[in-house]
Ligand binder design. Structure first.
Ligand code: HEM
Length: 480
């Protein structure tokens, strides 16, 4: 294939398949690492072909990533098979839609989730309730084992999703609810079986229909998505029946159904439809469950591996919060805790390539031509690990986020784990609060230590559309 004029430098592939068969030779496991290595050869902006005509741009430097995130012509999303499968084969939801539709639906969702408690102290009580249950669960597990060993696989998900689910549907789940466990497992499998680069490439429907191996290759798991959609559909139906008598809409489903009815009366071609509601909730559910629990898990792993830092964090928490649990009001008085949380997010970036972006028009990055319909992969992890901005980037060192005497957090321009620009994470405020309250409370309540004679919990992430922590075990004891 002929490379467009002024296309970013990059490796050439073969006719028809482009560079697809060779991409993972740079790093067989992690696409974001493969991109970093390619960048060392070709520069911060790399252009290649995946398949016969699909241009893919890999971006690895802060200047180029930031420029791209702030460029509205790159605010599109590829209509990949994986994205379409999540939404009945249509362009629905929030995460994988573009243009006017995206703006309208994202604005509506954000406004109402904010009213319902996103980023507000009004849902702190509910967060504390979930946290209480989680703590009890960990305590029971620790007490029922003679060596106080607790298995942390998947342990944070229910608590995290319950907070979101209260806002979406006005209800919560028991930790042991088998149906809900199944959905969370399905969601985790979707994330883990996907490949962020391959999964972003638009592939014609007839190819997918006829070649099962192509579906596996890109990580298309229709059979896992369907039960999630079905569950959401049933929840909506429950609300529809109830809604007949209820006046106040105190959860997202009711608010959305109200809007849907209003719009339907005025505008038959409205974007507010039942399928759109299901797809939006699918997006929120999947984006919310894996990412926040993954962040908490990685923070705990870093703190098990670095007992000094754990002790220092506990000292600060004891001093500032006394015998109470840390609250959002304490947050500004806990600079060290904040720095630990930031450093864990920097070292273990759970969304290393954001959600893939897409050029809606011909545009440029760092002066290179980016042709319309290019898939654009923005490597946040490359920015967070660049030795130009971070001294010894591979070392876990919370102090790097603090001023000289450790009394203040310093904001670093090269750290934006939730992205930048108009595609910024929709759940940022909720995620930040949950991540803080949960991690701080767990560290205040318990001492986490490595299992004697066992391996240290691994920091190597499990692969997928995002990065997760591997299941791990730790000795957990109540602090007095
Ligand atoms: C620590 C936890 C989280 C991290 C690190 C994180 C990070 C991100 C990142 C990097 C993006 C992509 C930005 C881009 O494409 O440029 C994103 C998008 C998104 N996130 Fe999060 N996220 C987290 C938690 C959540 C939660 C709890 C929710 C939902 C309640 C959520 C909902 C979304 C949605 C809907 C999008 C797509 C936005 C759009 O396309 O307009 N995220 N997130």
């Amino acid at each position: 294939t002929k490379r467009p004029w002024n296309f970013p430098p990059g490796p050439r592939g073969l006719p028809l398949v482009g560079y697809l068969p060779f991409f993972s030779s740079w790093d067989p496991q992690y696409p974001h690492e493969a991109m970093k290595k390619m960048s060392e050869v070709y520069g911060p902006v790399v252009g290649l072909f995946m398949g016969p005509s699909q241009t893919v741009i890999s971006v690895c430097s802060h200047e180029a990533v930031k420029e791209a995130l702030l460029n509205d012509d790159l605010n599109g999303r590829p209509y990949s098979a994986v994205a379409l499968a999540r939404a009945f084969g249509e362009k629905l939801g929030i995460m994988f839609v573009t243009g006017q539709f995206w703006q309208e639906q994202r604005r509506f969702t954000m406004r109402h989730l904010r009213d319902l408690g996103f980023g507000k102290t009004s849902i702190e009580d509910q967060m504390m309730g979930e946290l209480g249950d989680l703590i009890k669960d960990i305590e029971n597990k620790s007490q029922s084992d003679s060596e106080r060993i607790v298995n942390f696989k998947g342990i944070f998900q229910v608590s995290v999703i319950n907070i979101l689910w209260a806002m979406i549907a006005g209800e919560r789940f028991q930790r042991t609810d088998p149906k809900f466990q199944q959905l969370l497992t399905a969601n985790e499998l979707i994330f883990r079986s996907g490949n962020v680069v391959r999964g972003s490439i638009p592939i014609p429907a007839f190819v997918l229909k006829h070649f099962r191996f192509v579906r596996d290759f890109i990580g298309l798991k229709t059979e896992l998505i369907e039960p999630i959609q079905k569950f959401i559909q049933e929840t909506i139906e429950d609300h529809q029946h109830r809604n007949l008598t209820e006046e106040d809409a105190d959860n997202f489903i009711d608010v959305y159904l109200k809007e849907m009815n209003k719009q339907k009366a005025e505008n038959p071609s409205t974007n507010f439809t039942n399928k759109q509601l299901i797809s939006t909730i699918t997006d929120l559910f999947s984006a919310g469950a894996e990412s926040t629990s993954g962040s908490i898990g990685f923070a705990i792993i870093h703190l098990i591996r670095d007992q000094q830092v754990q002790k220092k964090m506990q000292m600060e928490l004891d001093q500032v919060c006394g015998e109470f649990f840390p609250t959002l009001n304490h947050r500004s008085s806990l600079p060290y805790t904040e720095a630990v949380l930031m450093e864990a997010q920097r070292c273990s970036s759970i969304a290393p390539l954001t959600v893939p972006h897409y050029a809606v028009k011909d545009t440029t990055i760092q002066g290179y031509t980016i042709p319309k319909d290019s898939v654009v992969m923005l490597n946040l992890d490359a920015v967070f690990k660049n030795p130009k901005y971070w001294n010894e980037p591979e070392v876990f060192r919370p102090e790097r986020h603090l001023n000289e005497d450790g009394t203040k957090v310093i904001k670093n321009d090269h750290f934006y784990p939730f992205g930048l620009g108009k595609r910024l994470c929709l759940g940022e405020s909720l995620a930040r609060n949950t991540y803080f309250l949960f991690t701080a409370a767990l560290i205040k309540k318990f001492r986490f230590e490595p299992v004697p004679n066992g391996p240290l919990p691994s920091l190597a992430p499990t692969n997928g559309f995002t990065l997760g922590y591997q299941g791990f075990k730790a000795v957990v004891t109540l602090r007095s």
